[in-house]
Design a protein around this ligand. Structure first.
Ligand code: HEC
Ligand code: HEC
Ligand code: HEC
Ligand code: HEC
Ligand code: HEC
Length: 427
């Protein structure tokens, strides 16, 4: 059945026009606005990405080739507009980043890592609507790869989100998800089930009310250079991070002082926390104890601009480190021979008799004296400043960006224990 859609032009977009997200705006204004602020839109412009790719090309004498841009600029690579990403600023805006067709024209998934996707090059937009209204703009068809109520739709995300190199799992949200309870065929949630929140609205101007999906796909990163929709991205990040980790703070008397115990449980990330570029992420626990109005103990209190090393003594830092053959830390992925991680893993079983059931992690600290107040929180820095510093020196990254790297507070992990409440654990 062909229904004319009021308000939408009838002129069919040709293939060239369909490549450009701007061509969708007249009919899908919300989708375009939400996407325009996303890290998908930013993927080729991201100065940290560009600097790291530049350094990688130099360090490997070009052997890196299109490895990085295959995921960060898939449409430009397919169009032959870049082979190594050193010229991304010359690529037309319409083909930079992970654009609409990078997802909506995925034909097949050939590998669950390193950009294992093939694309169709017709005028059909694939989506999750099984009976899309006809439009003059383009043809439409249903694809289970783009229906987030289908578990298999995670494959589309996984193909780009898992990165393997030299036998190492560099980024692994898909593999982590696949091994977790979130991949359960009956009770699970796909990547899109969490990252593309649904609401009732029109999918296209003048169309019927549908379940439509938030395309901000925010998580941790925000644009570091002038970019649309930064506040909206920050709101979405703040909301998603608030309850992702559940935290418990308890204080027990012990000889000469107290034992402060922190338990962290990753409850709402469908993969590790943090995940993805874990070697860049720094999540950590801040802990302070006060006695007589004076701070007598502190761990993880990093001042603005201070580097958070993975190995900060006696501080709980959640991240990954690249190691060389000798077990020494290296900064860049192409020098890595092993990875050591301290992430919070998701639940892998719902069976309380399975020894893996209890996956929360607990650490404790001795605090001398009789503190009246102990406070904790968890924070997450998007890119470790040691990583940024290396790029400033070795790859001409603009030093002014250093102070724009976001640090997020996980609101739900703020707890305060007070002696006068007479309870071992903070409420
Ligand atoms: C002339 C208007 C118009 C333009 C321009 C347009 N679309 Fe659409 N699109 C529609 C309509 C109408 C629907 C069906 C909506 C419905 O059924 O509720 C649709 C549906 C879709 C779907 C869902 C398909 C499905 O079966 O689930 C996707 C994805 C899509 N469009 C992507 C795009 C992209 C990407 C662009 C830009 C390259 C674009 N559209 C440009 C009008 C348009
Ligand atoms: C064609 C490759 C590609 C596909 C397909 C893809 N992504 Fe991405 N995604 C990326 C890249 C590249 C980035 C990071 C860009 C940057 O920050 O430089 C990204 C970033 C993100 C982020 C933001 C993470 C942060 O740092 O804040 C989320 C969330 C995300 N993707 C979710 C998804 C989901 C869900 C799907 C499947 C529906 C998906 N992606 C499909 C390539 C892809
Ligand atoms: C149960 C909900 C849920 C599911 C399922 C889920 N995610 Fe996430 N994801 C989150 C939350 C919450 C965050 C923010 C906390 C964090 O960074 O881990 C996040 C963060 C991310 C990030 C940024 C991670 C970081 O720390 O840099 C990426 C990338 C991502 N998700 C991709 C995926 C992909 C790909 C899938 C599917 C294989 C997926 N997610 C499935 C909830 C989910
Ligand atoms: C990272 C992958 C990805 C990118 C990039 C992307 N989309 Fe989508 N889009 C999806 C997924 C997944 C769905 C289906 C969600 C579902 O039905 O469960 C979807 C659904 C849609 C729909 C159907 C209505 C809805 O909200 O479910 C439209 C229209 C659409 N997208 C338009 C666009 C436009 C326009 C762009 C570019 C400005 C774009 N998308 C970029 C993954 C993507
Ligand atoms: C398989 C696809 C893929 C490949 C190959 C890939 N990336 Fe990424 N990259 C991603 C995805 C997906 C994200 C988002 C993950 C997250 O947010 O945790 C990302 C995130 C990043 C980020 C973090 C963005 C930021 O500003 O915080 C940097 C930097 C980066 N990649 C650089 C590179 C470099 C350099 C290479 C090549 C050596 C590379 N990537 C290869 C998919 C890929």
């Amino acid at each position: 059945m062909v229904t004319a859609v009021a308000g939408c032009g009838r002129d069919a977009l040709d293939r060239e026009a369909l490549v450009d997200p701007a061509a969708c705006e007249g009919c899908h204004a919300d989708h375009v606005r939400e996407w325009s602020g996303s890290m998908h839109a930013y993927a080729s412009d991201d100065p940290v990405f560009q600097a790291m790719n530049r350094l990688g090309q130099r360090a490997t004498s070009g052997a890196l080739g299109d490895f990085c841009v295959r995921c960060h600029a898939p449409v430009a690579v397919a169009a032959g507009l870049t082979t190594n990403g050193l010229d991304l600023d010359d690529v037309p805006r319409s083909m930079r980043g992970v654009t609409c067709i990078a997802c909506h024209q995925v034909a097949t998934v050939t590998a669950l890592h390193n950009g294992g996707l093939t694309w169709s090059d017709d005028d059909v937009m694939l989506g999750g609507l099984d009976e899309p209204q006809a439009t003059g703009g383009h043809r439409s068809a249903y694809s289970p790869l783009l229906d987030s109520s289908v578990m298999g739709s995670s494959d589309l995300c996984g193909a780009c989100h898992d990165v393997r190199a030299g036998g190492l799992a560099i980024e692994a949200p898909y593999a982590e998800w696949a091994a977790s309870v979130f991949a359960d065929p009956v009770s699970g949630v796909s990547c899109g089930g969490c990252h593309l929140a649904g609401r009732d609205d029109v999918a296209a101007r003048g169309g019927p009310t549908r379940r439509v999906h938030d395309h901000r796909m925010a998580a941790v990163d925000v644009a570091l250079t002038p970019w649309p929709e930064i506040l909206s991205q920050r709101d979405a990040i703040d909301r998603d991070l608030a309850g992702v980790v559940s935290a418990r703070l308890c204080v027990y008397p012990t000889g000469g002082g107290v034992r402060v115990e922190v338990m962290l449980d990753n409850i709402l990330a469908g993969h590790a926390f943090p995940s993805g570029v874990t070697h860049a992420r720094r999540a950590w626990v801040t802990l302070t104890a006060e006695e007589g109005g004076v701070i007598t103990f502190e761990r993880g209190r990093f001042g603005p601009g201070e580097v958070i090393a993975a190995t900060t003594a006696d501080t709980w830092v959640m991240t990954s480190r690249f190691l060389d053959d000798g077990g020494d830390e290296v900064t860049q992925v192409w020098d890595a021979r092993a990875i050591e991680s301290s992430l919070l893993m998701p639940a892998v079983t719902r069976d309380p008799d399975d020894p893996r059931y209890y996956h929360a992690q607990t650490r404790s600290w001795f605090v001398a004296g009789q503190p009246e107040r102990v406070a904790m929180s968890v924070q997450l820095e998007a890119v470790g400043l040691d990583v940024i510093d290396a790029l400033i020196v070795d790859a001409e990254l603009d030093p002014a960006l250093r102070q724009r790297i976001p640090r997020h507070l996980l609101r739900g992990t703020r707890h305060e224990w007070r002696r006068d409440r007479d309870d071992s654990c903070a409420p």
